[in-house]
Design a protein around this ligand. Structure first.
Ligand code: KIV
Ligand code: NA
Length: 275
């Protein structure tokens, strides 16, 4: 069954946790889709994990559309959520609607995600008005890394905690169908989850959220540049891959690969004629 805005919102009502993972290509989309992951997020984290940038700021609309198209071709049941990259919605409401539309039309996403609370409510309202589902993202919003002065846990003071609750309520009022809470103290994230009717998806925000999201390279131990505290490595795929690459090298150099079973035959008669 296809995951939709409605099925995701019903999961909150039924206390059935929502699973989201980042996804950036077709093969991985098929693997996640058949594993029953509810939402595939084409995160702008692709700037770091796929493209090798230091942060998400250089990611372009073209990058996002390119990867979103690949994922949407592989997602039969999962909801395809595409991040709006830095400066694709901050500049104006007009830009926000236009770029959200491109992710839907060219990327074939089922919805878009953008960072910010009360500050981006005009954008959320206008995108929703265009019949495009919007997921908000509050707490640690990586596109604001320069304004924050680094990647840090958000909402720790009373004032910041109140602001976070207000931001969640504001994006809900603006029409967001879901909200990501990143790097927020667990008890505060649980409060936020009770304060709004839309599902909350946590990353570094504890088990009180209505769902969870992780970057797949983090949860598969495929990315070693940086390991945040909130990451759990569910499998050491990085090690498995490194071993396979080393074995391949050894077999090619040793002449044991390719062997009989991997080759195409031709009759000796023809070969003899070629001498
Ligand atoms: O870009 C991303 O991967 C994200 C998730 C961490 C929520 O926004
Ligand atoms: Na993101």
């Amino acid at each position: 069954m296809k995951n939709t805005v409605t099925t995701l919102q019903n999961q909150k009502l039924n206390k059935d946790k929502i699973t989201m993972l980042t996804c950036y290509d077709y093969s991985m989309a098929k693997l996640m889709d058949t594993s029953g992951i509810n939402v595939l997020l084409i995160g702008d984290s692709l700037g770091q994990v796929m493209l090798g940038y230091e942060d998400t700021l250089p990611v372009t609309m073209e990058d996002m559309i390119h990867h979103t198209r690949a994922v949407s071709r592989g997602a039969k049941e999962a909801f395809v959520l595409a991040d709006m990259p830095f400066m694709s919605y901050q500049t104006s409401v007009y830009d926000a609607v236009l770029n959200a539309g491109r992710l839907m039309k060219e990327g074939r996403a089922n919805g878009v995600k953008l960072e910010g609370g009360a500050k981006v409510c005009r954008q959320i309202e206008a995108i929703v008005e265009a019949s495009i589902p919007v997921c908000a993202h509050i707490g640690l919003t990586p596109q604001s890394v320069n304004a924050f002065g680094g990647f840090k846990v958000q909402g720790k003071s009373e004032e910041a905690a109140r602001q976070l609750i207000e931001d969640a309520k504001a994006v809900e009022r603006a029409g967001a169908f879901m909200v990501v809470l990143e790097c927020v103290p667990a008890k505060l994230a649980a409060l936020v989850s009770e304060a709004v009717n839309i599902p909350t998806i946590g990353i570094g925000a504890g088990a009180g959220c209505d769902g969870q999201v992780l970057v797949y390279q983090d949860m598969l131990a495929m990315f070693s540049d940086f390991k945040p505290k909130f990451v759990k490595q569910f499998a050491n795929v990085g090690e498995v891959m490194k071993q396979a690459f080393a074995d391949y090298t050894k077999e090619v150099k040793g002449g044991t690969f390719p062997s009989e079973e991997h080759i195409f035959a031709i009759s000796d008669e023809i070969i003899d004629k070629l001498y």
